[in-house]
Each structure stands twice: as C-alpha cells, then as structure tokens.
Design a protein around this ligand. Structure first.
Ligand SMILES: [Zn+2]
Ligand SMILES: [Zn+2]
Length: 380
C-alpha cells in the first residue's frame, strides 16, 4: 500500500527521529506558515502540496501510537490511519488559535468553512410562482407555459461586466492578488479584497447592457402540466427550475402554488361537487325530468314524484377528477321547491281549487325532517 516515492515524515518536517513532541509541533508550525497557500499566491499549488505534506507528517508524528507504528513499519504502518485528508479535524482545532479564522486552513482541505470569504458551491434558491386558475381550468387540467425572470450571462460583455474593447484593469487595492494581507504580530492574516471581491481585477468602463454586473435578466418559459381536478393550495414542484446555483452548485426548485377561483354554482368538497337546484311545486308534486348544468354540459336529472325541499339526487362520477388518479367524484344535487309568487288571477283560482281538494293524506310523511338534517349535514 505504501508508495516508494513518499518522503519521510521526519525529513518533511526537518526534525531528527529523536525529536520531542514540542520540537515536532514547532517544526510543523513553521512549515505550515511557510507553505500556507495564502502566503504563496504566486505558486499556490506547489505551496498547497507542501502544506498538505507537512500536515500529514505532523498528524502522524504528533500521535504517539501512530509515530511508533511509523517508526517500525514506515508509511505502511500508518496508511489508512493518516490517510490523505482525513486527519485534519484535530489539527485544525489544535492550531485554530494560531491560524485564526482568516487563515483559510479549512479551505485548503476543502472542508467548506467559507469563513475566509472564499466562494464555494451553493444551491440556488427555490422560487414560488402563484397560478390563478378558473374552476373549469382546474377541473379539466391545463398544459401551459409560464414565463419566469431569470439571471443569465450578459452576451454583450460575455459576463465580464466590462464594456466591449475596454477590458479590465488590475485592482489597485490588492494589486491583483484578490486578497489583502495584514500583519498581526508574527502572523499574516488574509482577507478577500473588498474593491474587487477577490477577482484581482476591476472594470475600466462598465458594460452598458448589464451596467457592469455581467448578468442580465431574461425570461425563460417553462412548460407546466396541471393535472385535472387540482384544488387550491396545491404545490407543484418543478425540479431544477429555481434560481441557478453559484460556483457550480445545483439550481433550486420551482414551486407552483395553485389558487382555484370559486364557482358561482358548484361548491367543492374534495372531488365531489354540491349544488342546489330549484324546482316548481308542480315538478316537485308530479315528478319531472329537468336539465341541470354539469361540468361537461347539461345533465338530465329525474325529479321524483312528491319531492320535498332538501331531497338530494346523486349523480355518480359527475364530480371532479381526482388529481392523484383515483377516478371521479360525484355530483350531489339538492332540490329546492319554489313556492310561486306574483300569480295571475287564473293561477290563483287553479291553486285554490287544488287546495280545496287536498287532505291530510297529501302531506309529506315525517321523514321530511330527516331530509332537512341530511342537507344540513352536507351543506354545513
Ligand atoms: Zn482587489
Ligand atoms: Zn454586460
């Protein structure tokens, strides 16, 4: 497992094999400060390799058990113990007081601390889009396109933010390094340059199209399929259509929040529909076939003879489709007997004649009260 080309840990830290723990620690501190990438902006990669090497050596030699294993068996004795980058947590904590937050120790090992102000991959934000649908649209389902404002690269300046032909200049504040170094006692602390946000370059003249931002707003149209029968307050997720991520992070999601307008005639309870339909006293008394407006055109409904107000007729599968694919709801029609008003003299006479013939036998049975209760239950 051990590579023949790996350097000796003592050699890396330039200490004797008999060095004390304190000498090893001091040697590592010197090496870490010397090779920290932030202090070697011109040869960052080479410095980072040296820094990692020193840290690996220290992680083994500072641990009595690992050091003993290394002394006996060499690299093979500690492979898997010190492994590439898995040993940093304790060292980081141990040296945090030395390096401080701004030294960027975490960044060197890609632990994503980000406290030094460096950029790292971030998922884009989720977006919300409110969609108002008519009752009929929600019932039938909709295939539609929605247009969303998006941030994209400015084509005029290729995302640089500089006006065409003017280019960029080296940042005066940081002299192009992107980082500012402060000496604090023995240690150097580096921070992202506020003038160029770490880019090391500034724009001479701003691109007129994007006003120097390098990004422009454009609209993107997204195909959206609203399933039939969708109800208010439903959230539909469109994966990956949120805001773009930064520094190579994934985009967020788009949430479409549906609001369905109320219907003037139908009341909705889940996939079932409820409505009230007036019938005349003759229709109610004699029975009749009437037309009731349904979602898909008129529905024929037979009013039974002797119908009372509150009689409920159920039309199976004439409600709304279940958006989750579970068939259709029912349509409940509550019949309301309408007493005639503004009658002509002849109508009054006919009704009077009828009235004289009515006996107690013509009265509805007691079950009418249960009809009333039933309607109350359903219609609240
Ligand atoms: Zn700068
Ligand atoms: Zn531009």
């Amino acid at each position: 497992m051990a590579s023949q080309t790996r350097r000796d840990y003592y050699e890396i830290l330039t200490v004797e094999r008999t060095a004390t723990a304190e000498e090893i620690k001091s040697a590592y501190r010197k090496a870490a400060l010397k090779w920290h990438p932030d202090r070697n902006p011109e040869k960052k990669e080479a410095a980072e390799a040296k820094f990692r090497e020193a840290t690996e050596a220290y992680s083994v030699l500072s641990d009595g058990q690992k050091r003993a294993a290394y002394d006996r068996y060499g690299h093979a004795g500690v492979s898997g113990m010190a492994g590439g980058g898995g040993m940093n947590q304790t060292i980081y904590e141990e040296f945090q007081d030395i390096f401080g937050d701004f030294f960027g120790f975490e960044d060197v090992f890609g632990r994503g601390g980000g406290r030094g102000g460096r950029s790292r991959a971030q998922r884009g934000a989720d977006l919300r889009y409110d969609m108002r649908l008519s009752f009929e649209e929600a019932a039938a389902g909709v295939n539609t396109k929605i247009r969303l404002p998006r941030q994209g690269f400015c084509a005029a300046c290729n995302g640089t933010g500089a006006k065409a032909g003017t280019g960029v200049a080296t940042c005066e504040t940081c002299k192009g390094h992107g980082q500012l170094h402060y000496q604090q006692g023995f240690f150097s602390i580096s921070r992202t340059c506020p003038s160029c946000q770490g880019a090391g370059q500034v724009i001479r003249e701003k691109c007129p199209d994007c006003r120097g931002r390098g990004r422009v707003e454009h609209t993107k149209s997204i195909d959206v399929r609203i399933p039939p029968g969708i109800d208010s307050q439903t959230r539909l997720r469109v994966s990956g259509e949120g805001e773009p991520g930064s520094n190579g992070g994934p985009p967020g999601d788009l949430y479409i929040v549906v609001e369905v307008k109320e219907h003037p005639f139908f009341e909705r309870r889940g996939a079932d529909l409820y409505c009230t339909v007036p019938v005349s006293i003759s229709q109610a008394a004699l029975g009749a076939e009437i037309a009731v407006p349904g979602l898909a055109g008129d529905e024929r409904v037979s009013v039974p003879e002797g119908t009372q107000t509150g009689t409920i007729v159920r039309l199976k599968a004439k409600g709304l489709p279940d958006p989750h694919g579970g068939g259709k709801g029912d349509l409940y029609i509550s019949l309301r007997v309408v007493t005639p008003s503004k009658m002509t003299r002849e109508q009054r006479k006919l009704l009077q004649q009828l009235g004289e013939t009515l006996t107690v036998e013509n009265r509805p049975a007691e079950r009418n009260s249960s009809f009333f209760d039933k309607v109350k239950d359903i219609f609240g």
